[in-house]
Design a protein around this ligand. Structure first.
Ligand SMILES: NC(=O)C1=CN([C@@H]2O[C@H](COP(=O)(O)OP(=O)(O)OC[C@H]3O[C@@H](n4cnc5c(N)ncnc54)[C@H](O)[C@@H]3O)[C@@H](O)[C@H]2O)C=CC1
Ligand SMILES: O=C(O)[C@H]1O[C@H](OP(=O)(O)OP(=O)(O)OC[C@H]2O[C@@H](n3ccc(=O)[nH]c3=O)[C@H](O)[C@@H]2O)[C@H](O)[C@@H](O)[C@@H]1O
Length: 480
């Protein structure tokens, strides 16, 4: 029986291995992690991450051919194929700080593999890593090999949170990069056979190692670039009276462009887009390509611009000050159907409003108060480290309260900011909310989930990203 071990039981390692176990009953899959709490949660009824359909998959195979353990060395020792799906945060100190990927966790995983392995192994890069990382990993493993042979494969993950199970069941493609040697090709075939249990052969792409590593960074950069493109256009829509939803629809109807990923928003968030683009920028700089680096940097600059533009809209429409005013924030997760808050635009928007001394009341159906307080207190990039290395119990931000009900959050508020596109925000009783708010009552829709005309009829002053401006906002500067 083939044995797989995955190092890293996070958003990628957990769901990916659960689906492999489900689709390949003949393979034993063990997911290991240094976090005792995380492994305990994977072994309980309350999984550590919220992902539609995940509970069901885990229930079907946990204890059968899917296991979660903290006994890392034992399972690495026993495995034929080792996936490494650990954090690859942005470096915060030293060479490349603020841009380069921090490969500390990856390197320590590789050294541990070299220490405990007693038989040949296929080591699979599942984490997103800088192009050429496989070469470094290969060096660490072979310099400590004790005669054991390793094959390194790059098998980047393309799942999106909130649709992870769907994406894993039916991926657009699975990408496997390996060495172009007989041993390398054999290893690629071995991994291909795993995926071939459920993925059609024509969707399993095989390439050289560097193409696979770079394709992952490039794919995320292209996706983020589409959002920054439509967000840049949203600012121009507000200035001209065009409607970004109509423009995006018309643009996306061109089959060469396509309709997906053209929703204007308060900005993209999530653990990877910014990190991976910064990583790409750094690699370009290191390869003497400053023009290419600057091109991609602009995607992040527009994203930052979009977030501060939103905060400015809020503050300037409310008589240029939100000091002491209650502002309700609906949605804190970086997108709907996840409890994940990593790099969520809500953090920057809340920090911007707090900077203007607002009192914030937050409601998100999946995010806890503890998480929100940690996010608002944490330094940039600190979140992307294993939990036990993150700052402990930061002091709570006093001007922030967290409720478990949208009506409670909005009661007595001067303004409402919608920052995540949860479906339930489309169906709220806005007339009831209006009644309970201070007047004039404002709604700032950072996700275009509400119908501005309907809300204006109720009495709200409405700002929707990229939509024709409310007369109230017309003469106010949009400049950051
Ligand atoms: N979150 C996402 O949707 C996607 C993430 N990725 C990439 O996958 C990688 C992992 O991301 P996530 O799963 O989101 O991160 P995560 O932070 O949820 O999980 C990583 C896990 O690795 C563990 N870990 C770190 N060092 C370890 C070590 N030496 N031994 C054992 N366990 C260790 C941590 O405790 C943590 O539980 C990153 O490189 C990310 O860029 C790729 C595609 C999608
Ligand atoms: O490498 C990764 O981590 C993953 O990053 C993204 O997945 P994810 O971040 O989970 O979620 P997305 O659906 O891509 O959304 C990212 C952000 O962009 C925003 N977004 C998305 C689409 C859109 O049209 N407009 C928009 O503002 C979302 O609200 C969210 O804040 C990619 O879609 C995945 O393919 C990739 O594997």
């Amino acid at each position: 029986m083939v044995k797989i071990c995955c190092i890293g039981a996070g958003y990628v390692g957990g769901p990916t291995m659960a689906v492999i176990a489900l689709k390949c009953p003949a393979i034993d899959v063990v997911v290991v992690d240094i976090s005792v709490a995380r492994i305990a949660a994977w072994n309980s009824d309350q999984l550590p991450i919220y992902e539609p359909g995940l509970d069901d998959v885990v229930k079907q195979c946990r204890g059968r051919n899917l296991f979660f353990s903290t006994d890392i060395e034992k399972h690495v020792h026993e495995a034929d194929i080792i996936f490494v799906s650990v954090n690859t945060p942005t470096k915060t100190r030293g060479l490349g700080a603020g841009k380069a990927a921090d490969l500390t966790y990856w390197e320590s995983a590789a050294r541990m593999i070299a220490d405990v392995a007693k038989s040949d192994k296929i080591v699979v890069e599942k984490s997103t890593v800088p192009v050429k990382t496989a070469e470094a990993i290969e060096k660490i493993l072979t310099h400590n090999s004790k005669g054991i042979r390793y094959q390194i494969l790059s098998n980047p993950e393309f799942l999106a949170e909130g649709t992870a199970i769907q994406d894993l069941f039916n991926p657009d493609r699975v990408l496997i990069g390996g060495r172009e040697t007989p041993e390398g090709r054999k290893a690629v075939q071995a991994l291909k056979q795993v995926y071939a249990n459920w993925v059609p052969e024509d969707r399993i792409l095989t390439t050289n190692l560097w193409s696979a590593e770079l394709s992952k960074l490039a794919a995320n950069a292209f996706l983020a670039q589409r959002i920054s493109s439509v967000n840049a256009i949203s600012a121009l829509c507000e200035a001209t009276g065009a409607n970004v939803a109509e423009v995006a629809y018309a643009v996306g109807k061109d089959s060469r462009i396509g309709p997906k990923f053209l929703n204007a928003s308060v900005g993209f968030g999530g653990s990877c887009f910014q990190k991976d683009i910064l990583n790409l920028v750094y690699i370009c700089e290191c390869n003497g390509l400053p023009e290419v680096a600057n091109y991609w940097k602009q995607v992040i600059k527009i994203n930052d611009y979009q977030k501060s533009r939103f905060v400015n809209r809020v503050v300037s429409s409310m008589f240029n000050t939100v000091a002491g005013k209650k502002i309700a924030v609906l949605g804190f997760a970086f997108k709907k159907d996840t409890g994940d808050t990593r790099e969520t635009p809500a953090i920057d928007v809340c920090k911007g409003l707090l900077g203007d001394k607002a009192k914030i009341s937050i409601y998100d159906p999946q995010v806890t108060e503890d998480q929100i307080q940690r996010d608002l207190a944490m330094n940039k990039f600190d979140w992307d480290h294993p939990v036990h290395l993150q700052p402990m119990s930061p002091t709570a931000v006093k001007a922030v309260s967290v409720t478990w009900d949208a009506y409670e959050a909005t009661k007595g508020a001067h303004g409402v900011c919608i920052l995540t596109e949860w479906d339930e925000f489309r169906k709220l009783d806005y007339a009831k909310i209006y009644q309970s708010m201070q007047k004039p009552a404002f709604i700032f829709d950072g996700r275009n989930v509400v119908d501005p005309e309907e809300l204006r009829e109720i009495g709200f002053i409405v700002y929707s990203i990229g939509k024709p401006l409310d007369p109230w906002l017309k003469d106010m500067p949009a400049v950051v």
